[in-house]
Write a protein of this length. Structure first.
Lengths: 310, 264
């Protein structure tokens, strides 16, 4: 049972890392996620049912997600639509595309086929199957996390970080911001779709409605993570996202299990997730304001010879 | 170096809001010239800078930078030869990144690859560059934690790291308190002198404009109404400028006097 929470949390963390790129690093509220997660699930499911194998299913899910991100970036860059609207457009279109990928069915089960998780269970057959699933997922997520950290510490990754903070800086440095947005949104949705591909294999089916409300859930996970500790190091930021995702999934589990005691049903989860995000935002903004004020005062005292001009 | 020919900018052409921001500007700037640009609000100083940097396209005219026609080049391509500092200290740096990451990006212009170029040698370089503004021990702190004056000083250092051909200083000390404005201004003069930059600086402060650089340009209503250089510029006084401005424009100066300050 407890392993299940961790597996779900880890798969969810891959998606949250994707949302981290668009929402936190690039500072674009990209709703493509709701569509690309299901695209990833659909592509992975179809690859598996067509016998392309597990590694191929994950690679294709990732690439399909990259494509979704590129579409959003193209709409945003060339039609000068706000990122939010560009994402909504892509997400809406993807719903139909996803049904097409699934062969005009809303749901494709993955039964009696080899998935990532049957493979984990047979590879780690010396441990209980739930633990084997957890170990396999953990390995994948750790590898992704390390690659993610490396990417955002390399020159290109730092440039993408600068773009999110201040587009003018990137332009002044002679870089085309549109190109950086293509790369960042592509990667973001690639990760999200990969997460969808893993999720489909874990739960044993792909569903066209899989992505509904995922952006908000991802945000909730990111914000829960941000309560854990303060940092500006990318490796700790991704760690925070992973922990936040697991905590979010644990909260949802508790809600499902004990929620009835206070009259909460799974129907209330979307409302609760939204409220969680709102509360997180309120607490975070109050905390940041106080901390920034403190830090700034110290900095001024230390450097500009004690002239505090605030 | 920089050759501006017949540059005209009309905002919202053909609408009721049509505004001629620049009309037929001609300006030639030689290598090593340091030009201060003055004028009241709405005189077209900032629009001129936006035209040079390529923020908006010109309506008519050509702009040559270092022998190359850049009139139709996008802003990020022109940026290879231009270092621009804005009035707003938050515009020149990325707040949610560390000082060293900001500086790392400023080392060169152009698209980045997947390499890792932050090493100890670079950190040493950054520390030595930051020493004059006392930030050498804060490489890993986020830029957002710095005060406006510190950020603008950092922006200046960063803008010069890639050795641009032309510096555009767009009232870069106007948002700072007098103390910090002085520090940043002194740094600016020092860097320009040591590295022999070609620079244009917009200022509201006529005293600054007279002290700074070898040329002075005064703008009004989208035109250049006064140019002075060399001995002529050195002998100018603030009251000279005000008198010449009145003569040329022959209009009530009262409202503009409030916008142009006469010095510290």
């Amino acid at each position: 049972m407890i392993e299940g929470i961790f597996v779900e949390g880890l798969i969810f963390a891959v998606m949250a890392m994707g949302i981290l790129i668009s929402y936190r690093i690039l500072d674009i509220a990209d709703l493509t996620c709701d569509g690309s997660l299901a695209t990833g699930a659909a592509v992975a499911a179809m690859c598996i049912t067509s016998g392309w194998g597990v590694p191929m299913s994950l690679i294709m899910a990732f690439l399909a997600g990259v494509l979704c991100g590129l579409v959003t970036a193209a709409i945003h860059n060339h039609l000068h639509l706000p990122g939010l609207l560009a994402g909504i457009l892509t997400m809406t279109m993807l719903y139909s595309v996803n049904l097409r990928i699934l062969g005009n069915k809303a749901n494709v089960p993955l039964v009696r086929v080899d998935t990532m998780y049957t493979w984990f269970r047979s590879t780690f057959d010396f441990m209980p199957s739930a633990v084997a699933s957890l170990m396999g997922t953990l390995v994948i997520v750790v590898v992704l996390k390390v690659l993610f950290d490396l990417f955002f510490r390399c020159d290109l990754g730092v440039a993408i970080g600068a773009l999110g903070g201040n587009e003018q800086v990137v332009i002044s440095l002679g870089m085309n911001p549109s190109v950086l947005k293509y790369i960042a949104l592509g990667l973001s949705n690639g990760l999200i779709a990969l997460s969808g591909g893993m999720l489909a294999q874990y739960q044993g089916f792909a569903d066209a409605n899989l992505g509904q409300g995922m952006v908000v859930q991802g945000l909730a996970a990111i914000m829960i993570g941000e309560f854990l500790f303060r940092t500006n190091r990318i490796s700790l930021i991704t760690l925070r996202v992973i922990l936040g995702s697991i905590i979010y999934k644990a909260l949802m589990f508790l809600g499902r299990r004990y929620g009835y005691l206070v009259g909460i049903t799974p129907n209330d989860f979307k409302l609760l997730t939204g409220l969680l995000v709102i509360i997180s935002l309120i607490v975070a903004s109050t905390r940041t304001k106080a901390a920034e004020n403190r830090a700034r005062r110290e900095a001024v005292k230390k450097v500009m010879g004690g002239v505090d001009n605030a | 170096m920089l050759d501006i020919q017949h540059v005209t900018k009309v905002f919202f052409p053909g609408t009721v809001n049509e505004k001629i921001a620049l009309s037929d500007i001609n300006l030639h700037i030689n290598e090593g010239d340091v030009v201060s640009v003055i004028g009241s609000n709405g005189s077209g100083k900032s629009t001129l800078f936006n035209m040079i940097a390529g923020t908006f396209p010109v309506t008519a005219g050509t702009i040559m930078l270092d022998g190359e026609d850049v009139t139709h080049k996008s802003e990020y391509k022109r940026a290879f030869g231009i270092g621009r500092i804005f009035q707003d200290p938050t515009k020149g740096t990325s707040a949610n990144m560390s000082i060293q990451d900001n500086m790392l990006l400023s080392l060169k212009k152009g698209m980045r690859g997947i390499g890792f170029s932050l090493n100890n040698e670079r950190r040493e370089l950054f520390r030595s560059l930051l020493e004059p503004i006392g930030l050498q021990d804060r490489l890993e702190d986020n830029v957002g934690l710095l005060s406006g004056g510190q950020r603008q000083a950092l922006t200046l250092i960063m803008a010069c790291m890639s050795k641009p051909k032309l510096l555009l200083l767009d009232e870069h000390t106007a948002a700072l308190d007098p103390g910090n404005a002085r520090i940043v201004m002194d740094m600016t003069e020092k860097i320009i002198q040591e590295e022999h930059y070609t620079a244009l600086m917009i200022t509201h402060n006529m005293q600054f404009a007279i002290e700074f650089g070898n040329r002075l340009v005064m703008m009004d209503e989208g035109r250049i109404i006064l140019e002075a250089e060399g001995d002529e510029k050195r002998s100018l006084t603030v009251s000279d400028l005000v008198r010449r401005f009145k003569e040329i424009r022959n209009k009530d100066f009262a409202s503009d006097e409030e916008l142009l300050t006469e010095g510290d």
